[in-house]
Design a protein around this ligand. Structure first.
Ligand code: SAM
Ligand code: MD0
Ligand code: SF4
Length: 352
């Protein structure tokens, strides 16, 4: 597709995307099958060009607070699935306040409150609302919640407490694959929660996993599925095999690399938020993801934090370098920088 294009052709292609060109099924297939590194580099170039048109060299930063690792579900890919015998924690209100205090004055645009589907909070959503209240008291920042599937009443109440963004990843829109990944969970309820949230004023993030047995056809189904819902943010993450989980021994041999899919997301969702997660390959991996067209860095945690991530690429590393200052320094070394809070608030529709 890009093989015979020179720089002018690639620039013109990026411009067509900016002008509203949609990728056809054949285009998507061809791009997802790219194997040649020079062609892949051209794809990333086009994706950066499109991103820069909307966002320049400005990046949004989300800090991540995984405040409960208890979960009642059995996702085949996840370390926190209920069958896994691991040490779990649920932070108390004061612990959460302390994490927020460590983030005061840092260059962060939003706090992402993540948990497993912890029955404690799912049965007492008002306790979850208190967590949001604490974050709002300590940090005057937008809040993302990543709680799994909540019912309409709970979503409404949390929105009233100031939750701005709901992250809820379908992982795949290929129903058969979904059944194998999100074992025992309803496909449509997950979609409903996201749609309902959007109706009552949340911004929403959808996402897919790659390296989980998805082929090109299945990946296209997922990309199309995400596009139907018109989310404000879209992600792809590589599945990282987790000790003790059903997919522990799965080997990564997919040619559908996360970087390639990030660029495809940028071509399909030109002006949307697309993250580089530090959870997959840390701060070095962040550089590649931004160079593939991402414009957000997620999973930033305070410097001395022992909080868990989800993929935990660095669970055993001594130095995690996932704190705001390390991230900002790295961004600057790439010629990028944190965006203004007001630019982020504009996307959220928040009036400062
Ligand atoms: N429990 C909530 C839920 O499932 O929606 C929120 C937290 S969950 C851990 C957040 C996301 O992490 C999942 O939707 C999945 O995309 C990702 N994730 C979990 N385990 C992973 C793994 N081993 N490798 C890559 N991503 C993973
Ligand atoms: C991340 N560990 O961004 C976080 C998590 C949940 N909203 C986000 C998957 O990688
Ligand atoms: Fe629980 Fe979320 Fe992990 Fe599934 S992905 S087991 S819902 S923490």
């Amino acid at each position: 597709m890009f093989t015979n294009m020179d720089k002018n052709d690639l620039d013109a292609y990026a411009q067509r995307i900016i002008n509203g060109m949609q990728l056809s099924e054949d285009n998507l297939r061809e791009i997802l099958l790219i194997a040649d590194s020079t062609e892949l580099e051209k794809l990333h170039y086009v994706a950066r060009k499109v991103r820069d048109h909307y966002f320049g060299n400005k990046v949004f930063l989300y800090s991540f607070v995984y405040f409960s690792t208890y979960c009642k579900n059995r996702c085949a890919f996840c370390y926190y699935n209920t069958m896994n015998k691991i040490n779990r924690y649920r932070l108390g209100f004061e612990d959460i306040r302390n994490v927020c205090r460590k983030l005061k004055g840092e260059q962060i645009h939003m706090v992402d409150l993540t948990m497993g589907e912890d029955p404690y909070f799912h049965e007492n959503p008002s306790q979850f609302a208190k967590v949001i209240d604490i974050v709002k008291e300590e940090l005057d920042l937008p809040v993302m919640i990543s709680p799994g599937v909540l019912d309409d009443d709970a979503l409404t109440m949390l929105r009233e407490h100031g939750a701005n963004f709901l992250a809820l990843y379908q992982e795949t829109y290929d129903k058969e694959l979904y059944r194998n990944l999100r074992v025992g969970q309803s496909f449509s309820e997950r979609i409903h929660a996201r749609q309902f949230a959007q109706q009552i004023g949340y911004c929403v993030e959808d996402g897919l996993l790659t390296g989980v047995g998805n082929d090109v056809g299945s990946t296209i189904i997922s990309l199309r599925g995400m596009a139907r819902e018109n989310p404000q943010m879209v992600r792809v993450m590589t599945f990282i095999p987790q000790e003790g989980t059903p997919l522990e021994k799965e080997v990564q041999e997919s040619n559908l690399s996360e970087l390639k899919i990030i660029s495809v997301l940028r071509l399909m969702f030109p002006d949307r938020l697309i993250p580089a997660s530090l959870d997959v390959e840390g701060i070095e991996g962040m550089v590649y993801r931004l160079n593939a067209g991402a414009n957000v860095v997620t999973s930033i945690i305070p410097s001395d934090s022992s909080l868990e991530g989800v993929a935990n690429y660095d669970r055993k590393h001594e130095e995690r370098k996932r704190d705001p200052k390390s991230v900002v320094a790295k961004l600057r070394s790439m010629g990028m920088e944190p965006a203004a809070q007001s630019d982020f608030n504009k996307i959220l529709g928040v009036v400062a």
